[in-house]
Design a protein around this ligand. Structure first.
Ligand SMILES: CC(=O)CC(=O)SCCNC(=O)CCNC(=O)[C@H](O)C(C)(C)COP(=O)(O)OP(=O)(O)OC[C@H]1O[C@@H](n2cnc3c(N)ncnc32)[C@H](O)[C@@H]1OP(=O)(O)O
Ligand SMILES: NC(=O)C1=CN([C@@H]2O[C@H](COP(=O)(O)OP(=O)(O)OC[C@H]3O[C@@H](n4cnc5c(N)ncnc54)[C@H](OP(=O)(O)O)[C@@H]3O)[C@@H](O)[C@H]2O)C=CC1
Length: 292
């Protein structure tokens, strides 16, 4: 199937990044969110990130302008009806994703491919609640989307080859690299990355190190671009906790037990950068201040 238009559900940090790269690659993009402020904010962020790429001579000004022209926003989910490919990038909660698909399905063309950017949730289970499990895939971008090269492609048990091939062609057109993962909890990247982040939170919880010493250790001692707690704030602590819960429930192994301190931060609404406070406090003018 020739994909020319892409509908994106959720205009948070992932949704805006996905809209950015898809529009830049020439796809017509429709972006939707339940929150109309999030849509306005997403368009601003996309404009700023494209400007940055222009100023660093990564893209030309007219490519930037053409990409912005290709992005349409709407708060009505059914406006995604004509899209050839849907990428769902709403909050990492299975009930939210099921509800989105239930509302969206009656508006879709029969041939439309349905995908989720979920970090961890079973693709087979999400697909089973739709009318097209053979046309359903995991399409997992990494954050920040305009910078990170990888897209994980995850087949559900029923996904057919034409669907996989069509998604792979989209990854090629975005000039990203695909890695194929089997449909087990959290796939590849988060199966490995998230227990490391959770262990960093345990290291903090048990008083082995402070926020600063833990992040400095991994940045300078293991050459990670961000420390694990800084990265957790960047991803979103709610998303990190949701992924740990999927690993814990899905693999039934205590080694995936979410750290109680991670739970406490989420309960406080300290979700990281997106709420201005997590393991660091971002509300001041200067450098972020560690909260422990
Ligand atoms: C949770 C999941 O399901 C899966 C995941 O995504 S896990 C998270 C995966 N992501 C990571 O691990 C990110 C780790 N961090 C990094 O790689 C780096 O810190 C970073 C790329 C985010 C920032 O790098 P940095 O060197 O500290 O900052 P900075 O110099 O501002 O940015 C590097 C480049 O990226 C660009 N950039 C950064 N954010 C950008 C954005 N949102 N849009 C466009 N460009 C961006 C910058 O313009 C800069 O470009 P040049 O190389 O041309 O100068
Ligand atoms: N953060 C990361 O590093 C990565 C995240 N992901 C995955 O991408 C998805 C999105 O994550 P992320 O962008 O970080 O999350 P955000 O919290 O930044 O954004 C999620 C957006 O979805 C909106 N939303 C919630 N419910 C609905 C709905 N029913 N219909 C439409 N929009 C809705 C939210 O609105 P409101 O705020 O009003 O609730 C919010 O604007 C998740 O599945 C996550 O696991 C994948 C790779 C990396």
């Amino acid at each position: 199937m020739d994909i020319t238009s892409i509908g994106i559900v959720g205009a948070g940090q992932m949704g805006n990044g996905i809209a950015h790269v898809c529009a830049l690659a020439g796809y017509d993009v429709t972006l939707t969110d339940v929150n109309s402020d999030a849509l306005e904010e997403a368009v601003k962020i996309i404009g700023t990130n494209l400007d940055r790429q222009v100023s660093r001579e990564k893209i030309a000004q007219n490519d930037r302008d053409a990409a912005m022209q290709r992005i349409r926003t709407t708060s009505a989910l059914i406006d995604l009806g004509p899209s050839d490919l849907i990428i769902e990038a709403a909050t990492e909660r299975e009930d939210v994703k099921h509800a989105i698909f239930a509302e969206l399905l009656p508006a879709l063309k029969p041939e439309t491919i349905l995908t989720s950017n979920t970090s961890s949730i079973s693709i087979t289970r999400l697909a089973s609640r739709t009318d097209r499990p053979e046309k359903f895939m995991g399409f997992h971008f990494m954050n920040p989307v305009p910078v990170m090269q990888l897209v994980e492609l995850i087949r559900g048990i029923a996904t057919d080859e034409p669907t996989y091939d069509a998604c792979r062609s989209v990854v090629d057109r975005l000039e990203k690299t695909a890695a194929t993962a089997e449909d087990f909890p959290a796939f590849i990247v988060n199966r490995i990355l998230m227990p490391m982040i959770n262990e960093a939170v345990y290291t903090l919880y048990e008083g082995v190190g402070t926020v600063t010493s833990i992040d400095t250790s991994l940045k300078l001692g293991a050459n990670h671009p961000m420390g694990p707690l800084e990265l957790a704030d960047f991803i979103g602590l709610d998303t990190c906790l949701a992924i740990m819960n999927v690993l814990h429930d899905g693999l039934a192994d205590t080694k995936y037990r979410p750290c109680p301190l991670l739970t406490k931060y989420v309960e406080a609404g300290w979700l990281g950068r997106k709420t201005q406070r997590g393991f660091y406090d971002y509300r001041g003018e200067g450098d972020p201040v560690p909260t422990r």
